[in-house]
Design a protein around this ligand. Structure first.
Ligand code: ADP
Ligand code: NA
Length: 329
């Protein structure tokens, strides 16, 4: 019944790591290039729910926009914009808040986790998943690519779509969470391969950021934790460290795991790490150059984001007209 629409939100954090890129951003560009209707929203309103630094946030918004473009998000094919420039997100957030119960929000795992980090819990942190539902529903998204940790938030969005439709008549699709099955695209920490690569990891040597200099990438991969077996095999359960490198290698070169292993037959771990680092550096080089290029022309970036906001706005405004009419507002 509903046309297929993909919605992705990403917080404007300073740097994007290889896990974000391979596990999320690159997938969006693949969807976009296979002619899906893709909306990518830099969710700056979500970023202020925890303590933040305003000049840093402003820079991070630009850096994220530049990074998304550099990774292949194409404003001619997708809708790329900044959340706070489309006022309807907050307006709809209010309406959906009035349809959400407080116990439902209080039991969400991410709220429980994050609220432990601050002494006085901001209301925004609590309402965050409602704003997320508003983000999705404004564009009548049918598919939302997310990590497994976001599943409960998607379930809230589904619940709110059903509640709205039930009370006020069918207006919203019930979105579907696109969660990657298995570990195929999961990039692990270079320092602790029992965990995924994450910006919350304290050790900076554990993550590869897209804009890391080549020498730094080489150094990080050379020091990646592996094990005491020197040949290169793929077994994520018993040899997570080496398997993570094999996986990264396969993904950045577009090869299968088997062909990567065949090529690595004669190499020991130390030599293989250099091979992987070279492949990662080669893959990231043009991306890193494009980020710099985008950032050196801020006016163009601002213009591009405004065009994206305009596209988003016209959809969001139509949705809000229908919503308000249904609610008697
Ligand atoms: P982080 O864990 O660094 O805070 P986020 O939770 O903000 O990253 O995730 C943003 C997106 O990147 C999500 O879609 C998530 O599934 C994806 N992602 C994050 N880390 C990884 C990883 N190590 N491997 C694959 N995908 C990842
Ligand atoms: Na996270």
């Amino acid at each position: 019944q509903w046309p297929r629409k993909i919605f992705s939100g990403i917080q404007p954090t300073g740097s994007v790591h290889l896990g974000n890129y391979l596990g999320a951003i690159r997938k969006w560009t693949q969807l976009q290039n296979s002619r899906d209707d893709v909306t990518v929203c830099i969710v700056d309103m979500h970023s202020i729910t925890m303590p933040h630094n305003p000049p840093v946030l402003r820079e991070n918004i630009f850096t994220m926009a530049a990074t998304l473009l550099a990774c292949g998000v194409d404003p001619a094919k997708s809708t790329l914009f900044v959340q706070s420039s489309v006022l309807e997100h907050c307006e709809f957030n209010w309406i959906l808040s009035s349809m959400t119960t407080t116990p439902r929000l209080a039991q969400l795992p991410q709220f429980k986790e994050k609220s432990r980090l601050v002494r006085d819990i901001p209301l925004g942190l609590y309402v965050y998943p409602v704003l997320q539902a508003a983000d999705i529903m404004l564009y009548k998204a049918t598919h939302v690519p997310v990590g497994a940790d976001q599943l409960q938030h998607i379930q809230l969005a589904q619940h709110l779509a059903r509640t709205f439709n039930g009370r006020y008549g069918e207006l919203f699709p019930v979105c579907h969470a696109m969660i990657e099955e298995g570990d195929a695209s999961r990039v692990l920490s270079l320092r602790d391969p029992s965990k995924k690569m994450s910006k919350s990891e304290a050790n900076p040597k554990a993550t590869i950021n897209l804009c890391d200099a080549p020498e730094l990438i080489m150094e990080k991969i050379k020091k990646a934790i592996t094990d005491f077996t020197s040949d290169i095999t793929y077994n994520p359960d018993s040899r997570p460290g080496v398997s993570n490198l094999v996986n990264i290698h396969a993904q950045v070169t577009g090869q299968t795991i088997q062909s990567v292993l065949d090529e690595a037959k004669t190499l020991d771990t130390a030599k293989y790490k250099e091979r992987v680092a070279d492949a990662v550096i080669e893959h990231l080089r043009p991306i890193r150059e494009r980020v710099q290029e985008q950032l050196s022309n801020k006016n163009e970036l601002i213009y591009m984001l405004e065009m994206g906001a305009e596209k988003a706005r016209s959809q969001a405004q139509q949705t809000m007209r229908d919503v308000k009419q249904r609610l008697g507002l």
